[in-house]
Design a binder for this molecule. Sequence first.
Ligand SMILES: C[S@@+](CC[C@H](N)C(=O)[O-])C[C@H]1O[C@@H](n2cnc3c(N)ncnc32)[C@H](O)[C@@H]1O
Length: 224
Amino acid sequence: MRMRRKKHLEERTDRLRDYIILEKPLSVYRLKEHERYDIINPVEVFGNDNPVYLELGCGKGSFLAESALRNPDKNYFGVEVVPNVVVAAAEKAAELKLRNVRFLSTGAQLLHYILPESSVSGIYLNFSSPFPKKQYANSRLTYWRFLEKYRFVLKSGGWIKLKTDNVGFFDYSLESLQDNGFDIVFKTYDLYAGDVTDNIQTEYEKKFLKKDLKICALTAIMKN
Ligand SMILES: C[S@@+](CC[C@H](N)C(=O)[O-])C[C@H]1O[C@@H](n2cnc3c(N)ncnc32)[C@H](O)[C@@H]1O
């Protein structure tokens, strides 16, 4: 049964080669030092040098699909560690025939190997897994080691936009970003109390709004 499910996943992934351009396991450590970096060149992938944005932990990709539809002059990579979730995201993009979005089926911890230095204009962290237990703090996508990697791929003036329903994760992220080379230029503990005209709701955001939960949001800009 497990084998059949795996084969089914492989077949779906194979059909989406144009969209899922990098797959797990990416054994960077088996590559020679000089082969480990710049695995993907966004200009070659998209055929233009439009600005590049990432969603880390993109889930089933509805935020990315809507962002790509609204902004044909911007390019998007979805990074997602769970293979069958990334397949669902790529199927959505393929259905919509989007040419400005691609998926990397891998963990955000490998970003600095995959993408060139200073190649990304902005990073979305939408409802990242909060990992509330202290012993798993190093898996939070705003842990300092992740922020180092984001600093590597972000261009000067690049930003991170984060949304979450989890106040503990939000406070942790505010502190971690400020301690690790980012200025907070916007923050709210209740996004929908203000003007939200250009907000794109994610899958998780819709779920949390239905439960009447408040949405925290921030924008952080990388210091030079
Ligand atoms: C709560 S879901 C949010 C999905 C989507 N962003 C949304 O807002 O609807 C978090 C996602 O992050 C993914 N994730 C967790 N850690 C990750 C990592 N290190 N790299 C890439 N994806 C990760 C999980 O597999 C999951 O799909």
